[in-house]
Ligand binder design. Structure first.
Ligand code: PFF
Length: 446
């Protein structure tokens, strides 16, 4: 495929209006909502953490999201070129490169989990998932086997095919079906989980804030999760922003993404926690939580294997729509920097990603699980460093660029009056100060 990047004008590819909203929601709704949100909330004690997450989403996340979209559209390119173009300084490109690296690294472990969901879909439909009721043992045996490697390769292949088809025909079409479909299945599951014996206890755990559970580590994790969940700080929304038409409202898109993301997280919590309390699963079980808890819920439903299959397939596809955004970040960078066509850039990026993705998968239950450095294995390190350090850092760069360096930000967003003032205030003061404070506290400096 020929290059779609013009030296002066930047990228010439464009989303349709609806296509952009769907793709942005598709990027934000994914494993972050079902898998990561629930296990991190479970590890941080429930309700109080959820409140903290919502606060981070609105006070820091949505303003940064709008900032990223504005930077992308005005820069008409990947994170590196847009940062240096709008700042007027070439070295800003190096800060943008942190975001490109973050996207690259997130894909390595995200694809592991996405592969797991495909396996669970097949096992659920065939019924073999329900042969034992010890779902923890099933999970341990699966993650220790070689199967996750093959499922991860499947994710890479499917994702590669969609992304090579390009912005409008590939990414848009996919999202139109999956995002609403997933919602329907979730609501059906919700009806069942809310009528389980442990529902009241689970809901209380998830929604009643017990602030004694919170630590500063929780604050860092809530912020990191908000960034992860909204796909911020790794240039993904920025890169999508480069394909948005000038007349489209960025603030409307921001609100749609925020509402969609929160809705999916809320529903996910209302499904998972009643299930964990009903079936005696510890809510702080860690990254396996969804895979250990949900089979028990499906087993307790009529046609549970079909619902389970459908749910895990839709979750896998929701994960793929997020992978698309992740891969697009380095792909856009290569297309612009080296003039490659889309196909060539995609193939190159995916091969490079896979080289790291394989050992990451082996560290998520397989032979590299116990190979740790300072208490974390490769999988845990990537999850931790990207979410809790690189993404907030990427967000910080956006707030500085938009708040202090690039003068055209307000105009690009289309905000007026008080909204504009409030947004700029968040970008200049609230968001960066909160990010820095949490970092300093976490580093033990304050
Ligand atoms: N926001 C996605 C999720 O919550 O699953 C994760 C993600 C996708 C992050 C795409 C970044 C990204 F570019």
């Amino acid at each position: 495929s020929p290059s779609t990047v013009d030296k002066k004008a930047g990228t010439t590819e464009r989303f349709s209006s609806a296509g952009f909203i769907l793709a942005a929601i598709g990027s934000s709704v994914g494993l972050g909502n079902m898998w990561k949100f629930t296990y991190v909330t479970g590890q941080n004690g429930g309700g109080a953490f959820f409140l903290l997450f919502i606060a981070c989403l609105f006070i820091v996340g949505l303003p940064v999201l709008l900032g990223e979209l504005a930077v992308g559209r005005a820069g008409r390119g990947d994170a590196v070129i847009s940062f240096s173009k709008l700042s007027g300084k070439k070295w800003w490109g190096a800060l943008g490169f942190v975001a490109v690296m973050a996207a690259f690294l997130v894909m390595t472990f995200y694809s592991t989990i996405a592969g797991w969901t495909l396996h669970y879909a097949v096992q659920s439909i065939s019924g073999s998932l329900f042969e034992s009721t010890d779902y923890q043992a099933v999970y341990d045996a699966f993650t220790a086997s070689s199967a996750p490697i093959w499922w991860q390769i499947a994710i890479f292949v499917i994702t590669g095919i969609v992304i090579a088809k390009g912005i409008s025909s590939g990414i848009e079409k996919f999202n139109k079906i999956v995002i609403p479909g997933l919602l329907i299945i979730l609501v059906i599951m919700l009806v069942r989980t809310l009528t389980l014996d442990g529902a009241a206890e689970g809901i209380r755990y998830f929604l009643y804030p017990d602030f004694s559970q919170l630590t500063f580590q929780s604050a860092l994790e809530a912020l990191g999760l908000a960034f992860f969940s909204l796909s911020l700080g790794m240039g993904a929304m920025l890169t999508y922003g480069a394909y948005v038409e000038k007349h489209q409202s960025l603030s409307a898109a921001t609100l749609a993404v925020g509402a969609g993301d929160l809705a999916y997280a809320l529903i996910a919590g209302l499904i998972i926690f009643p299930t964990t309390f009903t079936f005696g699963i510890a809510p702080n079980a860690g990254p396996g939580l969804v895979f250990v808890a949900l089979p028990a819920a499906f087993a307790a439903m009529p046609f549970g294997n079909l619902f389970g299959g459908l749910f895990f397939i839709l979750l896998a596809i929701a994960a793929i729509t997020s992978c698309l955004a992740l891969i697009e970040v380095p792909v856009a960078y290569l297309m612009r920097k080296y003039g490659h066509g889309r196909t060539k850039a995609t193939v190159f990026v995916m091969i490079a990603m896979y080289v790291l993705a394989l050992p990451v998968t082996l560290a998520a239950g397989g032979v590299l699980t116990d190979v740790t450095f300072a208490g974390r294995n490769l999988f845990d390190w990537l999850d931790f460093v990207t979410s809790n350090i690189m993404l907030p850092l990427g967000g910080l760069f956006v707030t500085i660029l938009v708040g202090f360096v690039w003068k055209g930000a307000g105009e690009e967003t289309g905000l007026k009056g008080w909204w504009l003032k409030a947004w700029l205030f968040s970008m200049r003061y609230i968001a960066p100060i909160l990010i820095v404070l949490i970092f300093l506290k976490y580093a033990g400096i304050i």
